[in-house]
Design a protein around this ligand. Sequence first.
Ligand SMILES: C[S@@+](CC[C@H](N)C(=O)[O-])C[C@H]1O[C@@H](n2cnc3c(N)ncnc32)[C@H](O)[C@@H]1O
Length: 250
Amino acid sequence: MVKYTAKFCIGTRYGIHMRMRRKKNLEPRMEAVSDLLIPCVSDDLNFSTAADVKDYVDYRALFGNDHPVFLEIGCGKGQFIIETAKRHPENNYIAVEKIANVLVTAAENTKKEGLTNLLFMKTGAEYLNRFLPPHTISGIYLNFSTPFPKKSHRTHRLTHRRFLEIYRTIMADHAFIWQKTDDAGLFAFSIEEFSKSGFVLQNISLDLAEDEMEDNIVTEYEARFMEQGLPIYRLEAYLSDPDTWEEESL
Ligand SMILES: C[S@@+](CC[C@H](N)C(=O)[O-])C[C@H]1O[C@@H](n2cnc3c(N)ncnc32)[C@H](O)[C@@H]1O
């Protein structure tokens, strides 16, 4: 049986260096939601070589249809992705989370809601291109990603160029990445990384509440930061100019 161990949660407002207590009955709880978990165990823990082997998922077999597939990376307890999947039954969603402690709650709530268009991968974003076929993902949500404020930890930030290269390989033509964060340092870093990696940015907001974005779906962390009156930063990133999309697809 797979053992799900608790890890550290990093960040200041994100609970720096606090060891998360292992959830009671984690293994039976994970077992009870196993029908919502996409198998994605890699024997090779080195992400750069793990992705040399391909264990591609079959979306049609997983979801029973060919609807577009969207990802949330670092879904936490799943508030955002569950609400998104509820509002958009015409899409499929995969929520990726490396910590079983929180993923289990997201999967349990998905089951309670009876959603059939949302599945989960318990893995690190580092391994995504081992499991997801090239150019098949219609959009990626990065919500309140762990900021990893220490410079020496910057390669763990989910917008570091090594992750952007992974996303590039799985993103379909015309796919977007949507990022929201409360962390000014992470936001500035992300803008640099996106632009250095050839992404184009649009609709940058330095205060989402003030910009009154229609249909904003609030995440667990976002609700907490909004309550404290903190600004939320948001951007959209894509790889080619939408004005040329019609021409390109001719
Ligand atoms: C600060 S929480 C935000 C949770 C949720 N998105 C929200 O906005 O409420 C960040 C989450 O990203 C996860 N995470 C961090 N690095 C990751 C990685 N490389 N792959 C997958 N998940 C990751 C953490 O385990 C954590 O649950």
